[in-house]
Design a protein around this ligand. Structure first.
Ligand SMILES: NC(=O)c1ccc[n+]([C@@H]2O[C@H](COP(=O)([O-])OP(=O)(O)OC[C@H]3O[C@@H](n4cnc5c(N)ncnc54)[C@H](OP(=O)(O)O)[C@@H]3O)[C@@H](O)[C@H]2O)c1
Length: 251
């Protein structure tokens, strides 16, 4: 159970090699003995992530998870909860891809939509069913500022994140009467393998800083947070910029 100061005993990371997701797990593992379930595709990166968490004193197990295999998700969730309750579930899988390729290459665009949106809905529904049976728990859903107002420069990714964001905000409302809490986290540019080699955007941040925002938000049971927080103000302006002007902005 989450203790009096808001720290969980058990965590499920869907996207078990996500650098932001792992930073959240590591943050918690430094505070309290933690059981972590990493749901991910098998890889050397996954093994290394598990070892690092064990080095922090966590108990770690892995569950095979392929986001595109939607039908497998209820079983993945059952397996993840097989050893007992999970206090915090982090939905962290996703792909960015090449923005120009995503709208011109059918397979690439469909994969982004499947992984970032369809799989996120699929996992969210399976998670919700399990959490309702459990009767408690928090979900952290890693959305993006890219979904707040979709830009021409990465509109396929942005549109998947807009859908993701709406789904998890709605899921939070649906689960609220049952005492289950969902926090949607909207990071800006984060230095991870996802953005490796890209020119850093303004207000770029690190996985550890995003993790701290997420951990604080779960503790305070906040529904929606930005990382860094200044994005909230920036996007509240950008959201209202008329389209002909928005089109000309270098973003
Ligand atoms: N980095 C940023 O600037 C940024 C900004 C805003 C929002 N976000 C969002 O935050 C989340 C985490 O991003 P991150 O920066 O931590 O990225 P990351 O380190 O690249 O992690 C992405 C994760 O998604 C997993 N994944 C991708 N396709 C998958 C599939 N078909 N099946 C299973 N797993 C799959 C990857 O697994 P493999 O190791 O198997 O590939 C990896 O665990 C994402 O949803 C991302 O959209 C990131």
């Amino acid at each position: 159970m989450i203790n009096a100061v808001g720290t969980p005993q058990s965590l499920l990371l869907l996207g078990g090699t996500s650098e932001i997701g792992l930073a959240i797990a590591e943050n918690y593992a430094r505070q309290r003995p933690l059981t972590v379930t990493l749901a991910a595709r098998p890889s050397a990166r996954l093994d290394a992530a598990a070892e690092k968490l064990r080095g922090l004193g966590a108990t770690v197990r892995t569950v095979a998870f392929e986001a595109r295999d939607l039908e497998s998700h209820p079983k993945v969730i059952e397996e993840a909860f097989g050893d007992g309750d999970i206090d915090v579930s982090v939905v962290a899988f996703g792909l960015l891809g090449d923005a120009e390729k995503l709208w011109q290459d059918h397979a690439a665009g469909v994969e982004a939509a499947q992984v970032n949106y369809s799989a996120a809905v699929s996992v969210g529904i399976a998670l919700a069913e399990r959490l309702r049976k459990q009767g408690h728990g928090s979900v952290v859903a890693l959305s993006s500022v890219a979904g707040e107002r979709v830009r021409r420069s990465n509109f396929v990714y942005g549109s998947t994140k807009a859908g993701f964001d709406g789904f998890y905000l709605g899921l939070g409302e649906a689960l609220r009467p049952e005492g289950i809490h969902v926090t949607v986290v909207r990071p800006g540019f984060v230095h991870t393998k996802m953005t490796e080699g890209m020119k850093a955007a303004p207000m770029a941040t690190t996985p550890d800083k995003v993790a701290q925002v997420a951990v604080d938000a779960v503790r305070a049971r906040r529904d929606l947070v930005w990382a860094p927080a200044q994005w909230r103000l920036v996007m509240s302006v950008l959201r209202h910029v008329p389209r002909p002007i928005f089109r000309k902005l270098p973003i």
